[in-house]
Design a protein around this ligand. Structure first.
Ligand SMILES: [Zn+2]
Length: 322
């Protein structure tokens, strides 16, 4: 599914649903809320990962890269989860970021075993569609310290299962809002959906910018033109290129990547996370767009898991399963 099955029942002025401290049997929707944020700030001070809440929607630029490149190697894997997204990132210190989990819990469990993921420091759900969150349910066993989402509660049983699993894991919930997480020598910059995106899950995708020294990767879920155009209008520094590795928006759908957005992001490589599907993903138009912009294309449906190993000086190497 690329769209929510139904319109979320969302109260005005309350972007996220509640996350009850104790299980509340009558709660129809559960999830993080802004009221959790106060607790989050306190918790983060004691958490093993150092995080700081960023400013508002303004033009805060990424901090300039220090002159000394971090040592070791960052590993970024676009996991082969079929039609869906799941991106696993590890810092040289072994800190782990998981962005989305694909549509199959079983598949994700296998991949977690394969890559020996026993702890997730930061879990991000770009949005609540099943092809992004179903695999996060078993991944919650790796006890994510923090879970970030778009603040729009999902309307599905899968979403409810995810929230339950995260509550059981003792995870702290946060709504995406320009946070910066320092995971070892990797920086993860979160940028939330712009205002005015209504309840559409795709257009409320969370943006994730991963920085490791001079190396940068950018992931923006299934954002459609409305969202990326609004980010461009805001001049969001997180979306400013060049970036070495970029995830194709919305599995290469026609309503995802477009020329103006790519002109800002300036990706060197794009990874299309896609499997067998009836939507026509990736579309010839989008593939042409990448070609015209001289962007190297990798696809998980043809090449399996795409693994990027990066050094702090900005050099990197891409390998694929096949
Ligand atoms: Zn999707």
């Amino acid at each position: 599914m690329t769209r929510p099955r139904s319109t979320p029942a969302k109260g005005k002025g309350k972007a996220g649903a509640r996350r009850p401290a104790a299980p509340a049997p009558a709660a129809p929707r559960r999830g993080p809320s802004s009221s959790d944020l106060i607790g989050v700030v306190v918790l983060l001070l004691t958490a093993s990962l150092a995080a700081c809440a960023g400013g508002g929607w303004g033009g805060r630029r990424p901090a300039p890269t220090g002159t000394e490149a971090p040592k070791g190697e960052l590993t970024l894997r676009f996991l082969d989860v079929g039609q869906g997204d799941a991106v696993l990132v590890r810092s040289p210190e072994g800190k782990t970021l998981l962005v989305d989990g694909g549509r199959s819990g079983e598949r994700m469990r296998t991949l977690m075993d394969q890559y020996a993921v026993t702890k997730v420091d930061l879990m991000v759900a770009s949005h609540a569609d099943a092809d992004h969150i179903a695999g996060l349910v078993p991944a919650a066993q790796a006890k994510p310290t923090v879970f970030v989402n778009n603040g729009l509660a999902g309307t599905t049983q899968t979403w409810d299962r995810l929230v339950t699993a995260l509550e059981k894991a003792g995870t702290t919930f946060q709504k995406a809002n320009a946070q910066v997480f320092t995971l070892g020598s990797m920086k993860v910059r979160i940028f939330g959906p712009p205002r005015g995106m209504n309840d559409d899950q795709n257009n409320n995708s969370v943006g994730v910018r991963v920085e490791f020294g001079k190396f940068t990767a950018l992931l923006t879920g299934d954002s459609e033109r409305e969202e990326t155009t609004a980010w461009l209008a805001q001049g969001r520094p997180e979306a400013r290129g060049p970036v070495q590795i970029y995830k194709s928006i919305h599995h290469g759908a026609r309503n995802g990547d477009h020329a103006a957005w790519l002109a800002a992001v300036r990706p060197e490589n794009v990874v299309i996370s896609v499997g067998e599907n009836s939507y026509g993903h990736p579309t010839p138009e989008v593939l042409d767009l990448y070609r015209q912009n001289g962007i190297r294309v990798y696809r998980t449906d043809e090449q399996g898991t795409v693994t990027v190993t990066a050094q702090g000086d900005g050099t990197y190497h891409v390998t694929t399963d096949h």
